[in-house]
Design a protein around this ligand. Structure first.
Ligand code: NAD
Length: 510
């Protein structure tokens, strides 16, 4: 292998002629059928390298390995599993720059922000053992002379399928609650962005016993093999509504009842009341849209801005002028605000939705085109703001999953609530006002799993994250999530007569 440690070209340095392998049963392996797929650099459109495209047989082998490893992993206990988590945290910290750069190269998210993702992931690795230590059971005073208590056991093998937008962070953090509760995991990362997950497969292989964590790469067919494997009774999915529905159906068609949790899309409303701090709200809108993290490709992004008519003009003008100063460019560049979209296909889809906004009569206030001075061949789109958006327009209803924001003006409180809730999604919402009554009344009425008041986007480990309506089922990143990887049982003990028992014991000893 070429020595690339001194080159300043990140692709040569971190991808070069390195081999990216899956992790199955503790071994780093190619696909058994020899299948590969080419991963593309969205910054330039250039081919990066080949990665394994697994066969369904590889998925079956990964489930075999996970099943075999599960008993010993559970028996290791929380303390033993915590030691493996500590080892993983140290390895991830050591490889921080590499993992962040792989995401910049493979996904197009700015490298500086991806370092933040890796740091956050380390916090999660360190956080889960503490939450797991708080798991306890219950004792029920159901009837005298009986002892009823609950105990819980892991499901066994958990199938984890993830989306493309935070590749390293998802590959690190999404399996953790399954693992800390004594399950073993088979993970399938997104096919657009496999590199950091495959590099992490090596680190997982160093930190955990063989078979505890398995990483298998490929597209929908490989994911389907995991979903329909009757031995995998617990599935957790992060991705789009369409795929989530398919997974629920295919899980049922496996003939086995499965516990499926889904973290899906969003079309999230941020509400700006006339008394809001407008400067802070504009910054909140930009931060909450995740422009600078992943080009708006985030489930939680506030892609619909509902602004009171009295302040709509001032708010929109400030928003547009802030976004027009953004630097869009290669995600390897430390100083860019935004990189490219993840793929040519996704760029085409987002562009089509922008065109639908124009053709359906919204006012394109800024963006919607390829910025000047970006690297040739990359999938760039400038930050885009639409005004005069009406609720029936496609851009007001569909999740765009790109750097496109729609501003809608409202007059009354009830009208605002109706507009905010008039979508199939219910992931997040955000309300900006100085009035406590308005804030909490809105928080109560907005149909979303996570509501911010005078803030956006920030969520902290331990607070349950997840959506209502078609945004999903289940809550993650919290004690609530841990319990979903455990099946509880009640143990009912009939207590006999203690005096008679004691006498029996005394007689037997005499
Ligand atoms: P996607 O649904 O296209 O793919 C997600 C994953 O599912 C990928 O790994 C893909 O290969 C796999 N997959 C596709 N078809 C499958 C099938 N039939 N069986 C099994 N697996 C299959 O989503 P995406 O484009 O990668 O990600 C974008 C979507 O993810 C957006 O809708 C976004 O809102 C959502 N998302 C949600 C959250 C959340 O926490 N709620 C977080 C990130 C992304």
């Amino acid at each position: 292998m070429e020595d690339t440690t001194t080159t300043t070209d990140p692709v040569r340095r971190w991808v070069g002629d390195r081999e990216f392998r899956m992790l199955i049963g503790g071994e780093l392996v190619a696909a058994s059928g020899g299948g590969t797929s080419t991963t593309i650099d969205p910054n330039t459109g250039a081919e990066l390298t080949e990665v394994p495209e697994a066969d369904p047989a590889d998925m079956a082998r990964a489930v075999d390995a996970a099943l075999e490893a599960q008993g010993a992993w559970e028996d290791l206990g929380l303390k033993g599993r915590t030691r493996c988590f500590e080892e993983l945290a140290a390895l991830v910290r050591e490889h921080r720059d590499e993992l962040a750069m792989l995401d910049a190269i493979d996904c197009g998210n700015p490298v500086a922000r991806m370092r933040f993702d890796v740091d956050l992931a380390v916090e999660y690795i360190e956080g889960w053992p503490g939450l797991a230590a708080g798991i306890n059971g219950q004792v029920f005073p159901a009837s005298p002379g009986n002892l009823h208590y609950t105990a819980s056991r892991p499901y066994g093998v958990v199938g984890r399928i993830t989306a493309f937008n935070h590749p390293a962070m998802f590959a690190i953090t999404r399996p953790l609650p399954s693992l800390i509760t004594g399950n073993t995991v088979v993970m399938k990362p997104a096919p657009q962005t496999p590199l950091s997950a495959l590099r992490l497969a090596e680190l997982f292989g160093q930190a955990f016993p063989p078979g505890v964590m398995n990483v298998v790469t490929g597209g929908a067919a490989v994911g389907d093999a995991l979903v329909t494997d009757p031995r995998v009774k617990r599935l957790a999915f992060t991705g789009s509504v369409g795929t989530g529905l398919t997974i629920q159906r295919r899980a049922a068609e496996s003939g086995v009842v499965k516990n499926v949790t889904l973290e899906l899309g969003g079309k999230n409303a941020m509400v700006v009341m006339p008394d809001a701090d407008i400067d802070a709200a504009v910054e909140g809108a930009i931060f909450g849209m995740n422009f600078t993290v992943c080009q708006g490709q985030s489930c939680g992004s506030n892609s619909r801005l509902l602004v009171h008519r009295d302040v709509a003009e001032e708010f929109t003008a400030l928003l547009v002028s802030r976004l027009e100063r953004f630097r869009v460019g290669s995600a390897y560049d430390e100083s860019v605000d935004m990189g490219p979209l993840v793929s040519a296909a996704h760029h085409e889809r987002v562009t089509r939705l922008v065109e639908s906004g124009v053709s359906e009569g919204a006012a394109l206030l800024t963006g919607g085109e390829r910025p000047a001075d970006v690297p040739a061949g990359g999938y760039y789109l400038s930050p885009t703001v639409f005004g005069d958006v009406r609720p029936e327009m496609t851009i007001a209803k569909e999740e765009i999953f790109g750097p496109v924001i729609s501003v809608m003006a409202f007059d009354g409180f009830d009208e605002m609530v109706r507009l905010a809730n008039d979508v199939e999604y219910g992931l997040t919402a955000s309300v900006w006002t100085r009035d406590l009554d308005v804030a909490h009344r809105a928080a109560h009425l907005l149909d979303a799993g996570y509501v911010w008041i005078n803030d956006s986007s920030r969520h902290y480990f331990g607070t349950p994250f997840g959506g209502t309506k078609n945004s999903g089922i289940g809550r993650e990143e919290s004690a609530d999530e841990l319990l979903t990887y455990l099946e509880s049982k009640v143990v009912h003990t009939r207590l006999g007569d203690a005096n008679a028992a004691f006498e029996r014991l005394a007689r037997s000893r005499a």
